[in-house]
Design a protein around this ligand. Sequence first.
Ligand code: SF4
Length: 727
Amino acid sequence: QQSMPLQRLESKSVCPYCGTGCGVIIEHDGQQITGVRGDPDHPANFGQLCSKGSTLHLSCHGDDRAREPLRRDRSDGHWTALSWSEALAQMASTWAEIIHRQGPQAVALYVSGQLPTEDYYVANKLAKGFIGSNHIDTNSRLCMASAVSGYKSSLGMDSVPCAYEDLEETHCLFIVGANVAYAHPILFRRIEAAKLRRPELKIIVADPRRTPTASLADIYLPLQPGTDVALFHGMLHILIWEDLIDRKFIAEHTEGWDALKAQVQHYTPRWVAETCHIAINDLRAAAQAFGAAPSVLSLWCQGLNQSSHGTDKNVSLINLHLATGQIGRPGAGPFSLTGQPNAMGGRETGGMPALLPGHREVANPEHRTEMAALWGISSIHPQPGYTAVPLFQAVERGEIASIWISCTNPVLSMPEQQQVQRALQRARLVILQDSYLDTETADYSDLLLPAASWGEREALVTNSERRISHLHPAVPAPGTARPDWMIYRDFAYVLGAALDQIQHPLPDQLDDSWYARARRMFDFSDTVSIFREYQQCTRGRDLDISGLDFGILDSQGPQQWPFPAGAQSGQSRLYSDGIFPTPSGRARFRAPEFMGVAEEIDAQYPLRLTTGRLRDQWHSMSRTGKVAALFASDEEAFLEIHPEDAQRLKLKNADLAWVSSRRGRNVLRVRVQKDLQPGLVFAPMHFGRRFAPAALCNQLTLPAIDPVSGEPEFKHSAVRIEAALFP
Ligand code: SF4
């Protein structure tokens, strides 16, 4: 018998890891993904892929893929398969009863920056529009919420004003709190190429660790963790003193200058240098380079955002751009990088507890009225829901009885993991929707819903530069796994029927029944039908994409928003006209005071722990953990420590050490590393129980959050280190 030749097929997609959003061509045979290569036409990467992206095909078809709904017996942890209708019926009867007895605010969704835009939109509509609970947050809370609040506070909207091509155009690159070389490797290659082509390109890197990103720096500022606001105010002080500010831009396009100017008077170079633990000459050189360059682009990521004062850090950095008119021009602007592939899409569709689609706010009555009209409901609950840390605290208190977690692993990724574990144990029903069975969160879940993964479904995502890409499906999902939006849609139908059965009253007379309402609100047959509805939510807003369609994305390639009706292409840069989306049309200087970190070191916990990413791993390693080659550089969890501290603690390379904080303690292997400051230690965030049973670094981190953004302070916890002596 002659075997059929294998088909060689290709589908265009985007890498599902970081917010760079590199275009990928998936090679497949219609059933299995067999290879990947960079898409030469995608404007994020022009064909390049990093170590993670180029091994994507090795992570797709593992044994731990979820193929059918499963129910876990809490007494023995045993999983039993059930049909989709059984799973949805069990969920719906529990949620209907909770909603009936405790109200809609007693259920919550926790989603992910890895969900595509259409999933985010449907999940948000389900929670806020259909159920009436604003308790829907996302793991993007853990990476870019402070950038959202910073942009909104200073510029009026959460709109990243820059484009990747600014990396090639800028005269001065200020990289602060971002290890671009590891977290956004392809952007780093673009920076390397720009520096090679134009050695006069000035690069300033500010980071407590001398990371590989600092290898390109002309000026490196090894600032003390948490002192960023002091650094930015100190730089502004010097810019004013040396008359390197743009008075015309300040006068014509900003407000609040006098208050900020008065405040930064006190941030003298000497005081700032001492506070930040940097050389005063380096501080001056950085400020002078920033002030003298024809164009300045700032890049930042978690180093500013993951802080109990993350919003203050964001607005203080944006102040520097407003004071020097470095915004809205080629090569200029404050450019926050998103950590995840669709963190931006989540922001656009309102996938956070205080937001509604189209950059609208729950707290704004006009915005609620607009969205209620678009969704065909009478009202939206006026109170923003809980952000991630308070959300899991509310679950532990029993105020939220059930939580539905999609495409994320909070037991590993949230600060103070022990609290999340307690919360999930207390919850009446924990639903986990994921593509993988073997995660730390699955251990605490009651129901597991199998979701289609990357390459198995159509999707839209938006990368860090506001660029929307269309991802084509390549192969079928395993078993009965299906796209997340479809699960939310089908659940709405079944929940509607369950609410009718227990005669839960509708909040208005707009439909005959909950079921009829569900059918009307979730009349989605495919990705296009969801996109068309979401488009209506953006019309007339700053992120208007009413002129975009899938045909344009496929024929002209990925496009940046806004793309209003009649536009020929997306818009590279925002605010080129100097008009900002604030009531006055002016950008706002903000003047926060420097506040320090939430948990200072003391005699008991005398070292500072900071956490972060490795080059070759992604989040909790459900994908990258399957690829042997990605363990070549770092094969296990570790603790970096400065030689002076290591010597004092009698530790040497490869020793095991206890790392203790007020939350817990674990064991990590020591790496003596001179690129850290004395007093600072570093642990990677990725390793979970499958790879390092005793090394979960978020057992140590604290749940302090920024009061505005709700983002946790992953970048600083007070710890103690002791040699771990085992017999
Ligand atoms: Fe994927 Fe980011 Fe690497 Fe690009 S840089 S290939 S998006 S991980």
